[in-house]
Design a protein around this ligand. Structure first.
Ligand SMILES: Cc1ncc(COP(=O)(O)O)c(C=O)c1O
Length: 368
């Protein structure tokens, strides 16, 4: 069948769908780079440079029941999450990464042509799933400091508005949305998703309001603070009625057995993991100061495990390529509201040192 033939058959609104520009693995890139895969400094996907708890590696090595489907009702996991979050298990549903919950929430609320308010620039997967549902993204730009424009959000609401999406801290800007602003948005009554993927780096949460606001949905993940990105496990906290629907529409075994075992161990080792989070926060501040000293970069303060920088001289894409050629991976953006920017995930001290050194060398080349 010709490609033209395929396009006659698929949903017309998905013709030309851009997909998500996911980070490339070190293995995929290694043939183009001078560095060996294990020497690559991967600062492009906000992963945890310290990895997971050693207890997780031990538990997975010893795991015996790979031939058995995991518990579709997630009973033990939801009880563990109740202990961790302080929110009752009946409000909680887990998934294969919080990405999957974004998808499930869209599918639950959004029919074709329904509107979803998105506070841009923000996490690209919100727009991805809006489009996948044939919904319409109503983009409300953040202000120059990347704060949510609450007045503009409220103005954008109409009869077709089904959801509001809001990440705090926001990816890729690192900005936190103050509690009063979130409450003002919740008071509109529109179902609102507050994505707290980076919660552990701030300690600020709306969790105590889950269930109290009938329109508040909170998302969290084990990918960032707990170093489980590769196992794909996230969770959401919802009003019970919404949690029940999400449980019904999710695929039964969306959290796999390895992820269940990993979360069990992770939640027994929070002191170790939070010590790593503390190191990352300390390094973030040190990296920020180092980046500020580079006159052709403008870093933005961040409350998460990454730093967004505007490039004041040269092109972000070129900088990303020069760093990649030297074995350092960062993410670049060149789109409205994120013109000529890179996002650097905070690495270990020695990785951040190499990055800063390399940026200085590239800067000298820029001046030549
Ligand atoms: C704001 C935000 N939400 C959700 C996710 C997805 O996390 P997960 O790995 O749990 O799918 C990310 C990952 O980068 C993110 O930045």
């Amino acid at each position: 069948m010709t490609e033209e033939g395929i396009e006659k058959l698929i949903r017309s609104e998905l013709i030309g769908f851009g997909g998500y520009a996911a980070s490339k693995s070190a293995e995929t890139l290694k043939s183009n780079l001078e560095a060996e895969a294990e020497d690559i400094i991967k600062l492009d996907a906000n992963e945890n440079p310290y990895g997971c708890s050693p207890r997780v590696n031990r538990a997975l090595a010893e795991y015996k029941n790979i031939n058995i489907y995991p518990d579709a009702g997630q009973q033990e996991l939801r009880e563990q999450l109740q202990k961790y979050t302080g929110v009752l298990a009946q409000h909680i549903v887990a998934s294969a990464g919080s990405d999957q919950l974004i998808d499930l929430i869209m599918r639950l609320f959004v029919s074709p042509a329904d509107e979803v308010i998105n506070c841009i620039p923000t996490f690209a997967m919100f727009d991805f799933f809006i489009k996948l549902c044939s919904g319409k993204a109503i983009n409300v730009p953040r202000d120059e400091q990347h704060n949510v424009d609450v007045t503009a959000v409220k103005k954008a609401i109409n009869k077709k508005t089904k959801l509001i999406f809001l990440a705090t801290p926001n990816n890729p800007t690192g900005t936190i949305t103050p509690r009063e602003d979130i409450i003002e948005i919740l008071d509109t009554g529109i179902p609102t998703v507050v994505d707290e993927a980076y919660y552990e780096f701030t300690g600020e949460t709306m969790a105590p309001l889950v269930g109290k606001y009938k329109n508040l949905m909170l998302l969290r993940t084990f990918s960032k603070w707990a170093g489980l990105a590769g196992l794909r496990v996230g969770y959401g906290m919802f009003p019970v009625e919404i949690a029940d629907y999400i449980l019904k529409i999710k695929e039964p075994y969306c959290v796999n057995a390895a992820a269940l075992a990993a979360v069990r161990e992770t939640l027994q080792d929070t002191d170790y993991l939070m010590a790593n989070v503390k190191n990352i926060i300390g390094e973030r501040e040190r990296l920020f100061s180092g980046l500020q000293l580079i006159e052709w970069l403008k870093p933005y303060p961040s409350q998460a495990n990454f730093i967004l920088c505007c490039i004041l001289k040269g092109k972000a894409r070129q900088l990303q390529q020069s760093l990649q050629a030297r074995g350092i991976l960062v993410r670049y953006f060149d789109q409205p509201l994120l013109e000529n920017c890179i996002r650097i995930s905070v690495g270990k001290p020695e990785q951040n040192d190499i990055l800063l050194e390399t940026l200085k060398i590239i800067g000298e080349e820029l001046n030549d």
